[in-house]
Design a protein around this ligand. Sequence first.
Ligand code: HXC
Ligand code: NAP
Length: 266
Amino acid sequence: MQTVFAPNLLAGKVALVTGGGSGIGAGIAKLFAEHGAKVSLVGRTVQKLESVAGEIAAAGGEAMVHAADVRDFALLDEAFAATVKRFGRLDLLVNSAAGNFLSPAANLSANGFRAVIDIDLCGTFNACRAAFPHLSKQGGSIVSITATQADVPTPLQVHAGAAKAGIAKLTRDLALEWGRVGIRVNAVAPGPIENTEGMSRLAPGTTADSLKKRVPLQRYGTIEEIAAAVLYLVSPAGAYVTGSTLLVDGGTSLIGAGPFLDMMGA
Ligand code: HXC
Ligand code: NAP
């Protein structure tokens, strides 16, 4: 990506990225490393994490990996402890781990609903909570990746929309409680992002073309555009921003849930 930022904005900083083994989380980790941060990648599949860590190392950065399911607080706690042991401190947390699929609410099992709430909402709380003792030592910054479905009523997405709406509220409440110890807490809500697992699950096949035509900016966003928004929030340029959700969606939230209604044949 042609950077629009000054170089080395995160020199000396240490970041932990959940969901850092693929997609948007991997893109954020790579941009952070490019800006001088040491990065700890957390997810369930160690091979994916190692592949991203390898890319970071090949580009001259420093990364470690730690396998953990964000639903398991004890494992996450260990991931943070291992990160601080290796890199000496923690300054930044990015919550990008999530699970999603399309399902009509009437067909969704209680366990299916709970699985997504557990990963997205409880997993985000778990990571924030496990990060707190480390971040509060010198102050820091948290950014959670949410989604426009948090606000836009969307069919087939009752589980993910509820989870992401919970993250938006969590973001505001934690910003209120933790501002006084120097921790800023924000979120980024991407619109449809090209070449991601999320879009291959949510807009397979021809639906992608119909969605692109409806986005006010007439295209999907890129992983790099989401990473740049996160970098802004954690950088000195975002120093007075807390409790906010930054929409990075090409205007998609302005058009409502039309493409999803198409999928339902409504
Ligand atoms: C209906 C489904 C389902 C589907 C799973 N379930 N897939 N129900 N339609 N397609 C149900 C299962 O039947 C089960 O309920 C329950 O969910 C848990 O399923 P498991 O497979 O046991 O869960 P788990 O192994 O924990 O996997 C979680 C997962 C999985 C979310 C289901 O897909 C996953 O791990 N995804 C991670 C990667 C991912 O989704 N990336 C995209 C993020 S993108 P029963 O009742 O049968 O026991 C994203 C995009 C944008 O979030 C955001 C919009 C808000
Ligand atoms: P992705 O590549 O599937 O990223 C999700 C990551 O989370 C994966 O690396 C996955 O790795 C990890 N993960 C899933 N469940 C986990 C768990 N229980 N514990 C730990 N890690 C777990 O999908 P993406 O499309 O890049 O999405 C990234 C984020 O952006 C998500 O929060 C998503 O909701 C959000 N978002 C995406 C879009 C989009 O257009 N793609 C739009 C709006 C919002 P493992 O399976 O190996 O654990």
